[in-house]
Design a protein around this ligand. Structure first.
Ligand code: ATP
Ligand code: MG
Length: 341
């Protein structure tokens, strides 16, 4: 009980666009829940550029190095100027090799019972993006070349993460997603390593595999056949957005980036500049991400209460933001949720 009262230091990055609005709402809800986090607020993205020129200031990196835990709003990477994606830099810096994207129906829509967890390899594959052009004749960019890199160690590491997650969360089956019929080396090694790791979990977690295109189609036709998906970087990127679509869109999709040196929790959506500052953003994605963060620090009890309150507010109280067909603003939704907590 004593340990439960200890504060857990965590970095808070409000981010760009609707980031500050949904972050403020999420922190208010976590306070109401009695969550143990002690926030160290830092900047990244455009707000950091406006402040000191650097989209990922060293003070922010130092904070995450210290806390090893962050809740992050969406970040805008400045276009041009040689800026690399801040999100990609964070993944590389902290070796956040696992991207976790649970998709669970809250509001029944096209489907009423989706419950799928996607695990995406986060730092290898085609995202390594070693790209170049080859000139032909007078066209300096006549041919484009991109190189993907998957290492056996990296494939084993993400597979082990997925199987460990399955065991600790009572999941029954993992589907390995690949394109080993065409990208025989790049995704063949992934399939091979994942099957090898799977043998260590025989009898505990079932395993099968799908070619990515067939998997995309089957997710729409018959999603209930899937329990967990284990994907390479690019395929995971695409299928996780498809999953978000199956459960009602970007306003309800959380993500976690987990690595050896830190874990960063975020909404799947971007900074939504079209609605920024208007007080209408849906904060549920970031709140669900905060739920994953609570689970990560061993407070599944609080995560469960949070998810339950979100569900009751949306379904029984029928308080919803505009993107979900309601009329509530961010603050009104948050107040209704806090009443339920
Ligand atoms: P970025 O460049 O930061 O990725 P974007 O506009 O490309 O931004 P998103 O921010 O993901 O992409 O937004 C896509 C659409 O979904 C926009 O119309 C946006 O208003 C809407 N949207 C995204 N997140 C939310 C949210 N939390 N609440 C309501 N609408 C949202
Ligand atoms: Mg976007």
């Amino acid at each position: 009980e004593e340990q439960r009262n200890d504060k857990i230091p965590a970095t808070l990055i409000a981010g760009d666009g609707i980031g500050p609005e949904v972050t403020k709402a999420t922190v208010a809800v976590l306070d109401a829940l009695g969550a143990p986090f002690e926030w160290d607020e830092r900047k990244a993205g455009m707000s950091a550029v406006n402040d000191g020129g650097d989209p990922l200031p060293s003070a922010t990196l130092d904070s995450i190095r210290r806390t090893r835990l962050a809740l992050k709003g969406p970040l805008t990477t400045p276009v041009g100027g040689g800026f690399r994606s801040v999100n990609v830099r964070l993944r590389e810096e902290f070796k956040l090799y696992a991207n976790l994207r649970p998709a669970k129906t809250i509001i029944p829509g096209r489907y009423d019972n989706i419950d799928i967890v996607l695990v995406r390899e986060n730092i290898e594959g085609l995202y390594v993006a070693h790209e170049h052009f080859i000139p032909v004749g007078n066209d300096p960019r006549a041919v484009a070349v991109s190189t993907g890199v998957n290492t056996r160690d990296g494939c084993r590491r993400i597979a082990r993460f997925a199987f460990e997650y399955a065991v600790s969360h009572g999941r029954k089956k993992i589907t390995i997603v690949h394109k080993a019929n065409v990208l025989k080396a790049l995704t063949g090694i992934f399939l091979e390593a994942a099957r090898e790791v799977a043998t260590e979990y025989a009898g505990r977690v079932e395993v099968d595999d799908r070619i990515v295109d067939a998997c995309a189609m089957q997710l729409v036709l018959n999603p209930s056949q899937f329990d967990m998906l284990l994907c390479t970087n690019l395929f995971g990127d695409i299928l996780s957005d498809e999953l978000a679509g199956l459960v009602g869109g970007l306003g309800l999709a959380p993500g976690a980036n987990i690595g050896e040196h830190a874990a960063i929790f975020e909404a799947v959506h971007g900074s939504a500049p079209d609605i920024a500052g208007k007080g209408v953003a849906n904060p549920v994605s970031l709140m669900l991400a905060a739920g994953l963060m609570l689970e990560h620090v061993g407070r599944a009890d609080l995560a469960g209460r949070l998810r339950q309150a979100i569900s009751v507010t949306l379904l029984e109280d029928q308080v919803r933001t505009r993107d979900l067909g309601g009329t509530a603003g961010t603050d009104a939704f948050t107040a209704a949720l806090i009443r339920r907590l």
